[in-house]
Design a binder for this molecule. Structure first.
Ligand code: 5AD
Ligand code: SF4
Length: 460
């Protein structure tokens, strides 16, 4: 791992300034996971550093960037659709620059498709090239032609990248990049490259800065936070890092995602139990409740091992809630194997599930596996899964009625005049309150529950 610091590129900023008659505006949109959203915040920071202003409507922009996701086919097709819609805009304003970055661009076929079918796209850049964006823009402006090639993988960890955060009270804090696990269905290791952990001192410095700036909720990010520390010179694991962060004074709480069950430890659970700043919620994606499917997925744990950790967490952290990712219809998943997943979710009692129908990703091992089941079989299974989950979540949420809970007020809720606050256990409560409360902690009495949405009132 090579750690480098971001530096302002004066030359590139000058080329960019000279290209426009008035200060230019950029529109950046990120798809997909929180890691990508955080990358989008850095892209905006780098653009501001290079002289751009930011705008919320792509119609106003001199530069449009789509920061893409490749995890499922549906996400990719959405991007192609949205890029296609920009054709008219480019026809009206030939100086408009359209760029595509993020996970999709790391795949050869995608760049080829953009080159051939989307002639109005000017540039692509990869997942780990955010700091080089001003240089690329200056090159594009100088050369006047399209810069489209599949980005090469780069393994530098770049610190001090300027950032324009979307929120003033909730922040993403990446602790590692990439993934080494090669789950057989997943494209991420191919597009985001091998695991690299940030040095703990860099993470701590950013963490302290966030607390000083008044951030209340800090979510640590990584494809597999539990393998944090691998490859670093210092001897440190994820639980040690959490200990270090929790020593910092201030009024804040910490979340983290994503945990891989094969690397989540009892030490992690003990650390969560020890510090009140660590939320009573664990996102622990199980993917399937069948040991055969887990093996085919290359997940390296069994249902029994998974349940042991869940039961340990339930015992050590009263009131803890769990969430998970589930893939329905992995190639060859039988009816019986699917029912084992239903069985598992009933045993764990997740508060929330992120459910996905298996999507074939070219280049992964699962893409080569035979699959006798139809899409209709899979959507039927999905409906059954959601029904089972809804019953569980409703029951758990009803159990919250009558409690008084400290919440972080996140914003307006659906009903006019109401706010949404997030509990420590990751449930959301809707209550009447003044917008001035947004971004601060308050206490709410929980009075009603509809599936996972709680209703309540401000404590007098
Ligand atoms: N098909 C469906 N779901 C997938 N995921 C990752 N790859 C695929 C795929 N090919 C899901 C997994 C993962 C989540 C982020 O996305 O459940 O945990
Ligand atoms: Fe994909 Fe598995 Fe890595 Fe998660 S842990 S990003 S599912 S390969």
């Amino acid at each position: 791992m090579n750690r480098i610091d971001f530096t302002h590129n004066t030359q590139a900023a000058e080329v960019i300034a000279a290209h426009y008659d008035s200060p230019p505006l950029a529109f950046v949109h990120s798809y997909g996971c929180q890691q990508n959203v955080n990358d989008g915040e850095k892209i905006k920071g780098v653009l501001v550093d290079a002289g751009y202003g930011l705008c919320d409507k792509f119609e106003d922009a001199d530069l449009i960037l789509f920061n893409t996701c490749a995890v499922r086919e549906h996400a990719e097709e959405r991007v192609f659709g949205n890029v296609g819609a920009l054709k008219q805009l480019k026809a009206k304003n030939p100086r408009l620059i359209i760029g595509i970055c993020g996970c999709m661009t790391q795949q050869e076929g995608v760049v080829e498709r953009l080159r051939k079918s989307y002639p109005f796209v000017d540039l692509v850049f990869g997942v780990n090239g955010i700091d080089t964006l001003p240089q690329l823009l200056a090159e594009k402006m100088g050369a006047g032609k399209r810069l489209l090639k599949t980005p090469t993988q780069r393994y530098d960890v770049v610190e001090q990248i300027p950032i324009q955060r979307d929120s003033t009270f909730r922040a993403w804090l990446p602790i590692m990049y990439g993934c080494d696990n090669f789950c057989s269905y997943c494209i991420v290791p191919y597009v985001r490259g091998r695991e690299r952990s940030r040095k703990s001192q860099d993470i701590l410095a950013e963490f302290r800065q966030l607390i000083e700036q008044g951030y209340k909720e800090i979510t640590l990010l990584g494809q597999n936070v539990n393998s944090y520390g691998k490859g670093l010179e210092e001897t440190i694991d994820f639980a040690d890092l959490l200990e270090q962060l929790c020593q910092q004074p201030g009024d804040y709480h910490i979340r983290f995602m994503t945990s891989h069950p094969k690397d989540a430890t009892k030490k992690l659970i003990d650390t969560m139990a020890k510090y009140p700043q660590l939320c009573n919620h664990l996102h622990l994606p199980v993917q399937s409740g069948s040991n055969r499917i887990l093996k085919e997925m290359n997940r390296h744990y069994t249902v029994e091992q998974y349940m042991e950790l869940i039961n340990y967490a339930k015992e050590k952290i009263p009131g803890i809630t769990f969430s998970s990712d589930i893939i329905v219809g992995f190639p060859g998943e039988t009816e019986e194997e699917f029912e084992q997943t239903l069985d598992l979710i009933s045993k764990v009692e997740y508060m929330q599930l992120f459910t996905f129908i298996y999507s074939k990703r070219t280049g992964t091992r699962a893409a080569e596996m035979p699959d006798p089941f139809t899409h209709k079989d899979k959507t039927n299974r999905m409906a059954r899964l959601l029904k089972t989950q809804e019953e569980i979540a409703s029951r758990l949420a009803k159990g919250m009625i009558g409690k008084q809970c400290r919440v972080l007020v996140e914003g307006h809720s659906r009903q006019p005049g109401t706010l949404a606050g997030r509990l420590d256990n990751n449930l959301v409560v809707e209550f009447a309150g003044d917008a001035a409360l947004i971004g601060s902690y308050t206490t709410v009495n929980i009075e009603d529950a509809r599936v996972t949405m709680l209703k309540g009132s401000l404590q007098a």
